[in-house]
Design a protein around this ligand. Structure first.
Ligand code: NDP
Length: 282
């Protein structure tokens, strides 16, 4: 198996381009799943306060026997509103649950621009504190739209290292990716397999047959060649290895044309839309 490439973020930190995602990994099964992913060769784990499995992520990392600095850990702020003191408390809680003195990347999970959300700019200024004191090596955002990124760029001093957004062959999300690219913000592609729905697509299956790869490997390769960071979720150690084994083949122009035929634009979303998503107040 070939090594997973690193990408360099706009703050100079390096991040493995392919990792393991833990959304919907049950808390009581997380330590074993993370340990299995690390045994399979993953060195980057994506979690969030909202997933209620940070404790298991920390356990899995420790059980693996790897040094903390050899595993890249991302978590995300999921407070009910943008309140600076809540952000500080929630971040302390994440470090405690993960059992670590720092995270590699800390993200605002959702901009929450509707009624209860408050102001994500005030939250971003608190994330800047975490970066300055070294407890977050890098800081970024998730589910930010172009208008949200523009506001952050205009009103604050730090460009987010990443924007974690939905991207998969059903929803290429290219205008938002291009805006990020123009401003040095790397895209992290969530639900890269459209939660598994894209795997049965005839166009994907045809490319897989042509390249002698599986459907999931074709989609992973599509993301990697687009330059995005990606972290598929699976509970199966065999699929963990399959999803990682994508560095010894390349897609050809005809494959990209075939995959482009299933892009449905915003109608191809699998998950929530930042235009309408909001937490309810606790
Ligand atoms: P994915 O697109 O990674 O798909 C996961 C699904 O695909 C699971 O049902 C899994 O089933 C199945 N699967 C995975 N690999 C294979 C394979 N090789 N063959 C067949 N089926 C497979 O969905 P996620 O929504 O989990 O997205 C990935 C990560 O992105 C999340 O875990 C999370 O870290 C992040 N995310 C972030 C969001 C945000 O708002 N910032 C929102 C959503 C996700 P099984 O487990 O049974 O193998």
């Amino acid at each position: 198996m070939h090594a997973i490439p690193d990408l360099t973020l706009n703050d100079g930190q390096r991040i493995p381009q392919l990792g393991y995602g833990t959304f919907q990994v049950p808390p009581e099964e997380t330590a074993a799943a993370v340990r299995a992913a690390l045994d399979a060769g993953y060195r980057h784990i994506d979690t969030a306060q909202l997933y209620h499995n940070e404790r298991g992520v920390g356990e899995g990392v420790r059980d693996s026997g790897l040094a903390r600095n050899d595993v890249y850990v991302t978590t995300k702020l999921s407070t009910g509103a943008h309140v600076p003191d809540d952000t500080r408390r929630a971040f302390d809680g994440s470090l405690e649950a993960l059992g670590t003195d720092h995270v590699d990347l800390f993200l605002i999970h959702w901009p929450m621009v509707l009624s209860y959300g408050g102001d994500f700019v005030s939250t971003w200024r608190v994330l800047e504190e975490f970066k300055a004191d070294g407890r977050a090596r890098s800081i970024g955002v998730s589910n930010f739209r172009i208008v949200d990124l523009q506001r952050l760029l205009e009103e604050t001093g730090t460009i987010p290292a990443v924007n974690q957004i939905e991207v998969n062959p059903y929803f290429s999300n290219d205008p938002l990716r291009a805006f990020g690219h123009e401003h040095g913000i790397i895209t992290e592609a969530w639900s890269p397999l459209a939660q598994g729905a894209a795997l049965g697509e005839p166009a994907v299956q045809q490319v897989a047959a042509r390249r002698g790869q599986t459907a999931s490997q074709v989609i992973m390769r599509w993301h990697i060649e687009r330059g995005d960071i990606v972290f598929p979720k699976t509970m199966s150690p065999e699929r963990m290895r399959e999803n990682l084994d994508v560095f010894d083949f390349a897609l050809e122009a005809e494959d990209l044309v075939a995959l482009a035929t299933i892009d449905r634009g915003p109608g191809g979303r699998t998950g929530a839309d930042p235009d309408t998503f909001d937490y309810k107040p606790a």
